[in-house]
Design a protein. Structure first.
Ligand SMILES: Nc1ncnc2c1ncn2[C@@H]1O[C@H](COP(=O)(O)OP(=O)(O)O)[C@@H](O)[C@H]1O
Ligand SMILES: [Mg+2]
Length: 217
């Protein structure tokens, strides 16, 4: 379902974020990408979402080469993907409700459906008491929970999550990882980047990245 073949990303001369990385993720898999800060984890996820282009190598999602699908192809592909940004990327002046609902609105869901689904997701992570607060007034942990809602509210086939529990305390991180595993059990394919070994990691496949290269333990 997700294929990288010999992917290299050079940002500047001599700054190799990824070096000849090959990776195959099957439908329904849950895979962690582990590695220290600067290893290339964010770059790898951004390439899969079409936010960065590889300098060399091939990238395919659903057997479609993302270099060749064009702008509209990329947009329709993204309807099936959720992305949790390391820095959240919320719309800071909007309320929690509006940040959560935006993707369902883009997808043209009815307002009744959206209302039910947003409340369901807020209850799921325990954010319902913040529904009318603006994103900018949330704590780091609350922003992270909201960014996880936004990435999963449309029940995507694929979830790309960049340090999704990095701002949460241990109990909350455990709760969120449990929720993500439940989504995976229901069939969501997941690629989760993390700079440290978090809760439940030994239940999943892990790939280690260091200085842009995959390393085997
Ligand atoms: N937009 C960018 N421009 C230049 N260099 C970048 C950019 N993004 C990341 N890098 C560099 O690429 C390398 C990998 O970064 P990143 O993918 O963010 O790693 P990680 O997420 O594992 O911390 C680092 O050396 C980083 O400084
Ligand atoms: Mg990163």
């Amino acid at each position: 379902m997700i294929v990288l073949e010999g992917v290299t990303k050079i940002y500047h001369e001599n700054v190799y974020a990824l070096k000849d990385v090959s990776l195959h993720i099957s439908k329904g898999e849950c895979c962690f990408i582990l590695g220290p800060s600067g290893a290339g984890k964010t770059t790898l996820l951004k390439i899969l979402y079409g936010l960065e282009t590889p300098t060399n190598g091939q990238v395919a999602l659903y057997d479609r080469n993302i270099k060749k699908i064009g702008r509209s192809g990329l947009q329709s592909l993204r309807r099936h993907i959720g992305f949790v940004f390391q820095d959240y990327q919320l719309i800071e002046n909007w309320t929690v409700y509006d940040n959560a609902a935006v993707i369902l609105e883009i997808l043209g869901k009815s307002s009744g459906y959206i209302k039910n689904r947003v409340w369901q997701m807020l209850r799921w992570v325990g954010l319902q008491h913040k529904v009318y607060e603006r994103a900018k007034d949330l704590s780091g942990g609350e922003k992270q929970l909201l960014s996880i809602i936004r990435a999963t509210i449309h029940d995507p086939d694929i979830l790309l999550a960049d340090e999704p529990v990095g701002s949460l305390d241990e109990a909350a991180a455990h709760h969120v990882m449990n929720m993500l595993f439940k989504l995976n059990k229901k069939g969501m394919t997941m690629l989760i980047a993390s700079h440290r070994e978090g809760p439940l990691i030994d239940l999943a496949r892990t790939i280690n990245l260091d200085k842009g290269m995959t390393v085997t333990r």
